[in-house]
Design a protein around this ligand. Structure first.
Ligand SMILES: Cc1ncc(COP(=O)(O)O)c(C=O)c1O
Length: 423
C-alpha cells in the first residue's frame, strides 16, 4: 500500500481537495482512545463526552467489543439476507422481548430505520398520508426522514419532499390534538429530542399521543435513535412513561460502532409487511449483529442502566447548581447520559474553548451544548468538566486556548497523572 502523509495538516488538505464538503469539520484529529478518553494526532488526551454523537456507549476499545470483532471476523463478514445466520435472530429476539413489541427489521443507519418505519406505517394505514411530527425534530437526511425533520433549514433546499408532514411544538398537547385526525397515517416523536436541543417529552404528552393514535388509527412511532438503548437509564426511553409505541426505531449505539439500525414493530404492523416490500443488502450483517449482542450483554452484565441513572441524577444536580451561580446558563435539560445546556450565547465558541481544555462535547441548535457521554464515563470526568465549564463561563478562561497534554492546563496535569493512552 502507498504510504500517505497522515499528519493533521495533510489530512485536512487532502479532504479539502477530494471530499465533498457536507461537513463543517472541527480541526480536531482523534486517532485512538480507551474507555471515555480520546487521544489526538499530537498525543493530547481528552475526555470524550460526545461519544461519537451517542454511538460509543461503551467508550473506546472496550474489551468485549474487541473480542467480538476478532472472533466474528474469523467467521463470515457478510451473508446475503436471502439466507439465515444466527446473530440477527438472537439480537432481534432480545430487542423484541425487552421492548414489549413483536418483531425486528435490521438496516444500517438511523435514517434507514425511519424510512422503513414510514413504509411499514404506509402499509398498515393505506390511503392515509398525513404524518404529524415535531418542530425542531431530527429524523435523518434521506428524503422520507428529511420530510419529517422539523428543522426547516435542513429541509428547504431539498423541497419538494414527501408530502403530508405537519409540524407541532413539542409538549403542546392541544396542538397535537388539533393536528391528529382520521387522515393521520403516523405520529412520529423522539421521546427526548436530540438535535432539537435535548428536549424530553413529558409522560403526559406521550400518553396523549398514544390516546390520539388509538382513537384515529394512526401509527405511533418513537425515534429512539439518539435517546434509546440505555441513554436515559432505561433500555428504551419510552419505558420511563410506560407508553408503548407501535414502532420504535434504533441505530447509533446498536452496532457497537459499526453501522446497524433496527425497526421494532408491534401488533399494528402484524401481517402487513410481506416478502419484497422492503429489504437491504447489508442490514443486519453478522458482525454488526454480534456486536449488537455484545453491547446488550455489557449493558446487562455491568448493570450500566443503574449506573447511567445514578450518574445522570448526580450530574444533573451539579449542572443545575452551576446554573444557579452562572447567569450564562439559561436552562439545563436532560437525564441519564443525555444533557443539553442552553446558553445565552453561541454554543460553538464555548464548545471550542472546552475542547481546548480537554473536553470533547457537541452542540445543538445555536446555543445549546450537548453531552452524550459513554455509559462507562467515570464520575471524575464530569467533576472536571463542571470545573472547566465554570472557568470558561466566568471569563477567567485560559485565553491562549491551551490544549490538554500541555503542562499549563490543570485538567491535563490530572489526566497525565493517570497515565497516557498509548497510540
Ligand atoms: C433522533 C435521530 N433520528 C435519526 C437520526 C439519523 O441517523 P443516521 O445519521 O444514522 O442516519 C439521528 C442522527 O443524529 C437522530 O439523532
Amino acid at each position: 500500500m502507498l504510504l500517505h502523509d497522515e499528519s493533521p495538516l495533510a489530512v485536512e488538505a487532502r479532504e479539502k481537495s477530494f471530499i465533498l464538503g457536507t461537513y463543517a469539520r472541527t480541526s480536531f484529529h482523534p486517532r485512538s482512545g480507551r474507555g471515555a478518553r480520546l487521544v489526538d494526532a499530537d498525543g493530547h488526551i481528552y475526555w470524550d463526552l460526545l461519544g461519537g454523537i451517542a454511538v460509543n456507549v461503551l467508550g473506546h476499545q472496550h474489551p468485549r467489543l474487541v473480542k467480538t470483532l476478532k472472533d466474528g471476523s474469523k467467521e463470515l463478514l457478510h451473508v446475503s439476507n436471502l439466507f439465515y445466520h444466527p446473530a440477527q435472530g438472537i439480537l432481534g429476539e432480545r430487542l423484541v422481548r425487552a421492548s414489549g413489541l413483536l418483531r425486528a427489521f435490521f438496516c444500517n443507519s438511523g435514517t434507514e430505520a425511519n424510512e422503513a418505519a414510514l413504509k411499514f406505517a404506509r402499509l398498515a394505514n393505506p390511503g392515509k398520508s398525513e404524518i404529524v411530527a415535531l418542530e425542531e425534530s431530527f429524523h435523518g437526511r434521506t428524503l422520507g426522514s428529511l420530510s419529517l425533520t422539523g428543522h426547516a433549514a435542513y429541509r428547504t433546499p431539498f423541497e419538494p419532499l414527501v408530502p403530508g408532514a405537519k409540524f407541532v411544538a413539542p409538549n403542546d398537547i392541544a396542538a397535537l390534538e388539533a393536528a391528529v385526525n382520521e387522515k393521520t397515517n403516523a405520529i412520529f416523536l423522539e421521546p427526548v429530542l436530540g438535535e432539537g436541543g435535548i428536549v424530553p417529552l413529558t409522560d403526559e404528552y406521550l400518553a396523549a399521543a398514544r390516546r390520539l393514535a388509538d382513537r384515529t388509527g394512526a401509527i405511533l412511532i418513537f425515534d429512539e435513535i439518539q435517546c434509546g438503548l440505555g441513554r436515559t437509564g432505561t433500555l428504551f426511553a419510552y419505558q420511563h412513561s410506560g407508553i408503548v409505541p407501535d414502532i420504535v426505531t434504533l441505530a447509533k449505539p446498536l452496532g457497537g460502532g459499526l453501522p446497524l439500525g433496527a425497526v421494532l414493530t408491534g401488533e399494528a404492523i402484524e401481517g402487513v409487511v410481506k416478502p419484497g416490500h422492503h429489504g437491504t443488502t447489508f442490514g443486519g450483517n453478522p458482525l454488526a449483529c454480534r456486536l449488537g449482542n455484545a453491547v446488550l450483554d455489557e449493558i446487562e452484565q455491568s448493570a450500566l442502566l443503574a449506573r447511567v441513572r445514578e450518574i445522570g441524577d448526580w450530574f444533573g444536580a451539579e449542572l443545575r447548581a452551576l446554573q444557579s451561580r452562572t447567569p450564562a446558563i439559561v436552562e439545563v435539560r436532560g437525564l441519564g447520559m443525555m444533557w443539553g445546556i442552553e446558553l445565552d450565547r453561541p454554543a460553538k465558541e464555548i464548545a471550542a474553548q472546552l475542547l481546548a481544555k480537554g473536553f470533547v462535547i457537541g452542540t445543538a441548535r445555536d446555543n445549546v451544548l450537548r453531552l452524550l457521554p459513554p455509559y462507562i464515563t467515570p464520575k471524575k470526568a464530569f467533576v472536571e468538566f463542571v470545573a472547566a465549564f465554570e472557568e470558561v463561563l466566568s471569563g477567567c478562561r485560559v485565553v491562549e486556548l491551551s490544549i490538554a497534554g500541555q503542562p499549563d492546563n490543570p485538567t491535563t496535569r490530572q489526566l497525565a497523572g493517570q497515565g497516557a493512552i498509548s497510540k
